[in-house]
Design a protein around this ligand. Structure first.
Ligand SMILES: NC(=O)c1ccc[n+]([C@@H]2O[C@H](COP(=O)([O-])OP(=O)(O)OC[C@H]3O[C@@H](n4cnc5c(N)ncnc54)[C@H](O)[C@@H]3O)[C@@H](O)[C@H]2O)c1
Length: 247
């Protein structure tokens, strides 16, 4: 990996859904800044860890399963106490409210929301002892857009923002921050099925007229997980080339 400023030297970061797409880019970016990175996914993301090198570790973690969080929490001790958690794994089937069934709704909530709660339960105690920690939840700018067929997804991604706001209040006195990052349309296998016309229709609404790359999302995460962002918590940072504007 190319050398960079070592802002994250000595930190241990856990990233979920890190075998591809945005999660893999986040894992690479944190490693490049000096963190040891525990890359996790439904199957151990060996390729991500291999590309990182000696500072990369691959573990299996289905974020919906508490027993998997228990196991990763135990195994991560061999790497070091986790300082940074980036919950990136996501589930996003398009399904209109008329077709949506309870099992799809529950799987969306389990993947996109339970994961944040379970990670906090498992990694907060060690962060509290160290008086330092960072939680990042990957939400989506879709929470502010009129996209049909995504009511379950938007509910879960709005829930991440709410959870980070609440978590921020509970952990602030121990030097721990919790923030949400909201990517816009990003070129990954999740968006590969969209036609070029569909993608263009989205990025033409942005101030910056191109589709995002996974690497575009990493800057916000590197900043929010650094010492420099110690006074920023409970926030929702939009990284979408200027499509969704609030305030
Ligand atoms: N790509 C976009 O345009 C976009 C836009 C906004 C937000 N996001 C969010 O960014 C995140 C990553 O998206 P992506 O485009 O890189 O997706 P992706 O499909 O390329 O990667 C998602 C990863 O999550 C993993 N995953 C799914 N369910 C899991 C589970 N239960 N446990 C553990 N891992 C699981 C998958 O195996 C996969 O490796 C998601 O939370 C998504 O909602 C993506």
């Amino acid at each position: 990996m190319k050398t960079a400023i070592r802002t994250h030297e000595g930190r241990v970061a856990l990233v979920t859904g890190a075998s591809q797409g945005i999660g893999q880019a986040i894992a690479f970016a944190l490693a490049e800044r000096g963190a040891r990175v525990i890359a996790t996914d439904l199957k151990p993301p060996h390729e991500t860890a291999r590309k990182i090198g000696p500072a990369g570790y691959a573990l299996q973690l289905d974020v919906t399963r508490e027993e998997d969080w228990n196991s990763v929490s135990n195994k991560s001790g061999e790497v070091g106490e986790v300082d940074i958690v980036v919950n990136n794994a996501g589930y996003f089937p398009n399904c209109s409210i008329d077709e949506l069934d309870l099992s799809t709704w529950r799987k969306t909530m389990a993947t996109n929301l339970d994961s944040h709660f379970l990670s906090a339960k498992h990694f907060l105690p060690a962060m509290r002892k160290k008086k330092w920690g960072r939680f990042i939840g990957i939400s989506s700018n879709m929470v502010g857009l009129a996209i049909p067929g995504m009511s379950h997804y938007i509910a879960s991604k709005m829930g991440i923002i709410g959870f980070m706001r609440g978590l921020a209040n509970d952990v602030a006195s121990d030097g721990i921050t919790a923030n949400a990052v909201l990517p816009g349309l990003t070129s990954t296998s999740a968006t590969a099925l969209q036609s070029d016309e569909q993608k263009r229709a989205t990025w033409e609404q942005q101030a910056i007229k191109r589709i995002g790359a996974p690497e575009d999302v990493t800057g916000a995460i590197l900043f929010l997980t650094s010492d420099e962002a110690a006074f920023i918590t409970g926030q929702a940072i939009v990284v979408d080339g200027g499509q969704y504007r609030i305030g």
